[in-house]
Design a protein. Structure first.
Length: 336
């Protein structure tokens, strides 16, 4: 769901989960879900998660996010802003198999004031650049079961970071079961490397539930990827379909490990690792002026999180708590 904030840079497990779920729903990564039917109540018959795509589908998205200045424990403040672009392409190989590919790039800028994360008041980093590539596949076994798999590679680091040391890799396999046209449950088992740390093995749940609150099926609860919210993170969103053109949502995003990145080769911590972890609670809206164009906006709060610095051997230098702060952002998507 694009209603989730996109303040943190893209990461392996997040990109993979987003691409895999998009393939399972016949959507290119970054595209919006198919509209919920409003003409009649949801049926109790199962509805496949995959359908044959007559033509390949391509989408392009631009994002911008901002977290206002937040105080850090021990003194100082930090402010964060992100811009990004991502593209997704999906196509059906057969009636049962759908493939997807997604690629993205982003820059996250940090403004530290009177920093205390490092000794001597040094600024630990300024700009973090991230590029990612993900592949996914969804295979419909029958009218209820869909198998999902994929892989992803991400390079994330500051401006003078060593590219080869900024790479992390991941993969996932999972399945989703359609209990009815209104409820699907699933899980992905993700495996992901980390910079100067142990590999993560993490189950990531999937939920798509049209709530029985009205006959038109306008309320929906979703659990899955936040899009680009950090390593092995997920999100929960309650969405209301106000009209065919407008969706509203209350979202909790960035649940899990925070984003990480390689530091400069000649910086205060040469070849070290930076980490940024926060969870966001937001309200948002997605407007579709035409079927091919979607414009989204959100506002809310980045809940208390943390910043962390490790040296090139993976030994923690310091971890610092960050207080809550306002956050907001925009996202524009066009489909072809």
């Amino acid at each position: 769901m694009s209603l989730f904030p996109t303040v943190h840079h893209v990461s392996i497990a997040t990109a993979l989960l987003s691409a895999s779920v998009s393939a399972a729903q016949n959507l290119p990564a970054g595209a919006e879900e198919r509209p919920i039917a409003t003409a009649q109540p949801a049926s109790t018959d199962p509805m496949p998660l995959t359908e044959k795509i007559d033509e390949p589908s391509l989408s392009l998205s631009l994002t911008a996010g901002f977290i206002a200045s937040a105080k850090t424990k021990g003194g100082g403040e930090v402010q964060r802003a992100t811009i990004g672009i991502d593209a997704g392409y999906s196509w059906s190989v057969s009636d049962k198999l759908t493939l997807g590919i997604n690629a993205g790039a982003s820059r996250q800028s940090y403004d530290f004031k009177n920093p205390t994360l490092l000794a001597g008041g040094l600024k630990p980093w300024k700009n973090v650049n991230t590029v990612e590539l993900g592949l996914s596949a969804a295979y419909q076994l029958d009218e209820r079961w869909t198998l999902i798999s994929g892989g992803s590679v991400v390079a994330s680091g500051t401006s003078d970071a060593d590219f080869n040391k900024s790479l992390t890799y991941g993969g996932a396999v999972g399945a989703s079961y359609a209990f009815s046209s209104s409820l699907s449950l699933g899980v992905l088992l993700a495996v992901q490397t980390r910079l100067e740390d142990n590999t993560i093995v993490l189950p990531l749940p999937i939920l798509e539930w049209t709530l029985p609150l009205d006959e038109d099926g306008r309320w929906k609860l979703g659990l899955g990827s936040t899009g680009s919210s950090g390593v092995a993170s997920g999100g929960l969103a309650l969405t209301y379909k106000a009209s065919d053109e407008l969706d509203l949502a209350l979202s909790l995003g960035g649940i899990g490990f925070g984003g990480e990145f390689r530091l400069d080769k000649r910086g205060p911590v040469p070849n070290g690792v930076g980490r940024d972890n926060s969870t966001t609670l937001t309200i948002g809206a997605d407007w579709r002026p035409t079927p091919a164009v979607q414009i989204g906006a959100y506002a809310g709060v980045a809940l208390s999180g943390s910043l962390e610095v490790l040296n090139q051997n993976g030994v923690r230098i310091r971890k610092q708590d960050v207080e809550s702060a306002p956050t907001f952002g925009l996202r524009a998507t066009i489909g072809f």
